[in-house]
Design a protein around this ligand. Structure first.
Ligand code: SF4
Length: 474
């Protein structure tokens, strides 16, 4: 595996369309990059909710027969990479239950920081959990609510959660979108004819021909029923903390996230990087695919031509097995191959979106030099990644983040590059066109906007100290 932060999850929902499950299938297809371990759809025909879930890629889970059984004009779907809970079918989403308020399904992008307290409290009151996923907590809180109206019970449930949550709920009568007050994970609202669409990234709307309306706002509970959307704001005001890594790496460049074009932001990262870290060179080479937009920006700004000196094999699946442990670097070689005619005798600027452990960068630099590059100058389109994420991204422990434990020159020596520069934090925030103070940058700064418990997982990740303002600092 390339050593990257791992994508979290993707959610898609539609209300008011006769082809709801087929469109949800297509939406999940477009969001597949956000999770490849499992997927699922729950559809409502106004009387009954029906679910289908499975392990693997969306294309492998659903077929025409399965989708034909998911009848109704409203549906929600999910692709999952497990950031909380194990990778197994029981943890696949959406989760569908029946309780005193009727049937309800939920799917979730994000990670609760108070999941353990909520789970322990619910368990002590007799709750029996069927999954190890933090998402199930919402359903237990909802089921226990004494509120009479569905929307009141939902608000009561989500108000007890802390952390990152972009949620979709489906009942027999409505689709409900909820975004945590910090707005960590993206969620957008769109329109397809008379139908309403809610999804993690707008690339899913593009595929089905829906048009973007607006963001589901941080702290908003958007209830979409027969009378159209109704917006509630039940959470106390909080500082907005969009995940800036969505722009750096996670989201597709053809998407809008947090209301901004990922392609434009990512290209800006490269432009600013070229201004901050110029170097005499003959060719700019992106690490595909994640380094491409930033490399285009770097090339535009520096005047050095961009060429695709590394070619990616798009057909390497998750199940690729190295035939022999003794064949070193085989994992990277099977995914990326150098183009000797571009590299031979050239001074190369190699652009990647991040360095996590450093192992892949080291292999790539060696690969380029073996293909004839005379110099390799590594440029990274974000600051050094020094702290783990607790808001829905799977990251290595701090001890495994090379920039957390090594100086810049030590990292350069390890990856065997002729020079190494990262984008500055200021440069990162300058590349985001608006509201630079509306972004979470914790993985670069170690300053966390939402405190999390000093539990075992936290201690395993990094030494923590709660500061007097309630923020957590490394
Ligand atoms: S810590 Fe990093 S990856 Fe996690 S939400 Fe903040 S910016 Fe995103």
């Amino acid at each position: 595996m390339l050593d990257k932060f791992k994508d979290e999850c993707g959610v898609f929902g539609i209300y008011g369309h006769a082809e709801s499950s087929n469109l949800t299938y297509l939406g999940l297809y477009a969001l597949q990059h956000r999770g490849q371990e499992s997927g699922g759809i729950v559809a409502s025909d106004g009387v009954t909710l029906r679910a289908s879930r499975g392990m693997g890629y969306v294309a492998d889970i659903f077929d025409e027969h399965t989708l034909a059984g998911l009848t109704g004009a409203a549906a929600i779907g999910h692709v999952r990479y497990s950031t909380a809970g194990e990778s197994r079918l029981a943890n696949a989403q959406p989760i569908l239950i029946e309780c005193v308020h009727g049937q309800i399904a939920v799917c979730h992008n994000g990670n609760l920081v108070n999941e353990r307290e909520l789970r322990e409290s619910l368990s002590s009151q007799g709750a029996i959990f069927q999954t190890s996923s933090d998402t199930e907590v919402f359903l237990h809180l909802y089921a226990r609510s004494k509120a009479r109206r569905v929307e009141d019970a939902l608000v009561e449930a989500v108000s007890q959660a802390q952390g990152a949550f972009s949620l979709l709920f489906l009942t027999k009568g409505c689709l409900v979108a909820v975004r945590d007050p910090h707005g960590f994970r993206p969620m957008a609202l769109g329109r397809l004819g008379d139908a309403w669409v809610v999804c993690s990234e707008t690339c899913a709307m593009d595929l089905i021909g829906a048009s973007y309306v607006r963001e589901v706002e941080p702290g908003e509970v958007l209830i979409i029923g027969p009378d159209g959307p109704k917006s509630l704001r039940p959470f106390p005001p909080a500082a907005v903390s969009h995940c800036i890594f969505e722009h750096v790496y996670f989201a597709r460049p053809d998407s809008l996230v947090f209301g901004e074009s990922v392609n434009l932001v990512r290209t800006n990262l490269g432009r600013v990087l070229a201004r901050e870290a110029p170097v005499p060179a003959d060719v700019v080479v992106p690490v595909p695919d994640s380094g491409v937009c930033a490399a285009i920006g770097y090339a535009e700004e520096s005047g050095i031509p961009i060429q695709f000196g590394l070619i990616r094999n798009h057909y390497v699946g998750r199940t690729f097995i190295e035939p022999q442990q003794s064949i070193r670097h085989f994992g990277v070689k099977v995914k990326l191959n150098p183009v000797r005619s571009i590299l031979e005798g050239r001074r190369v600027v190699l652009i990647d979106d991040s360095i996590v452990r450093g192992t892949t960068s080291r292999k790539l630099v060696k690969m380029l030099k073996a293909a004839g590059a005379t110099e390799v100058h590594m440029r990274v389109s974000c600051p050094p990644t020094v702290s783990p994420c607790f808001y829905g991204i799977d990251t290595p422990r701090r001890a495994d983040l090379i920039a957390a434990t090594h100086t810049l020159d030590e990292v350069r020596k390890y990856i065997e590059a002729d020079s190494l520069r990262y984008l500055s934090l200021d440069g990162l925030l300058e590349s985001v066109n608006s509201h630079r103070d509306h972004y979470c940058t914790s993985c670069y700064t170690g300053r966390y906007p939402v405190p999390f418990p000093r539990d075992e997982a936290a201690y395993l990740q990094l030494p923590l100290a709660l500061d007097t303002r309630g923020a957590v600092e490394r």
